[in-house]
Design a binder for this molecule. Structure first.
Ligand code: SF4
Length: 160
C-alpha cells in the first residue's frame, strides 16, 4: 500500500483544476496498490482554488499552530491544510501504508523543498504540511522526482 498524491495519478485536483500526471508513478500500479489522496481537497478546499504557500519557518510550525498558510488573496487556509494532513494520515493508517509518494514542492505534499511563501516561484528547504505530519508518524515520504531505479528497489524491499 502506497499513499500517492492524487494529482500525480492524473486526478484533476490541482489548484488550477488540472493535474500533475506522472507516468513513472502510474507505472507503480502494476506492482503496488496506490491510494490516491489530495490533502487540500480533504481539508475542505474547492477545486479550482487560489494557490497557497506556507508563511512560517517550516510546516512543523504550522502543525503546532505557530505559523500560517495563506493563499494569494491573503486568506488564511491554515486549518484546511491541517485538517487535510490529518485526514491523509487517517487514510494511511487505515490502509497501513508505510510509504507515500507525494507531489514535489507543494505546500501540502512537498518533501525536502517547498515554495518559500513569496509566491514568486522561489524554493526553500522544508516539507509541506501533510508530508511533515506523515514523516512525524513514521511514514517514508518520497516525491515523484525521487522515483529512480534505486528508490524503486528500496520501495520493493520495504515490508508493507
Ligand atoms: S494537495 Fe497534493 S495531491 Fe492535492 S493537488 Fe496539491 S499536490 Fe496534488
Amino acid at each position: 500500500m502506497i499513499l500517492v498524491s492524487a494529482c500525480l495519478l492524473g486526478v484533476c485536483c490541482k489548484y488550477s483544476g488540472g493535474d500533475n500526471k506522472n507516468n513513472r508513478v502510474i507505472e507503480l500500479m502494476k506492482k503496488h496498490s496506490l491510494i490516491p489522496i489530495c490533502p487540500e481537497q480533504l481539508g475542505g478546499l474547492s477545486t479550482p482554488r487560489k494557490p497557497a504557500e506556507i508563511q512560517a519557518e517550516d510546516a512543523k510550525e504550522v502543525l503546532e499552530g505557530k505559523g500560517k498558510v495563506l493563499n494569494t488573496c491573503g486568506e488564511d487556509v491554515t486549518q484546511n491544510f491541517i485538517k487535510g494532513a490529518y485526514e491523509a494520515l487517517k487514510i494511511a493508517e487505515l490502509y497501513n501504508a508505510k510509504i507515500a509518494i507525494l507531489k514535489s514542492k507543494s505546500p501540502s505534499c512537498g518533501c525536502g523543498l517547498i515554495y518559500d511563501g513569496s509566491f514568486s516561484g522561489k524554493l526553500k528547504k522544508g516539507n509541506g504540511v501533510t508530508a511533515e505530519l506523515l514523516i512525524q508518524n513514521g511514514i517514508k515520504v518520497y516525491t515523484e522526482e525521487d522515483i529512480d531505479d534505486t528508490i524503486l528497489e528500496n520501495i520493493v524491499k520495504i515490508d508493507y
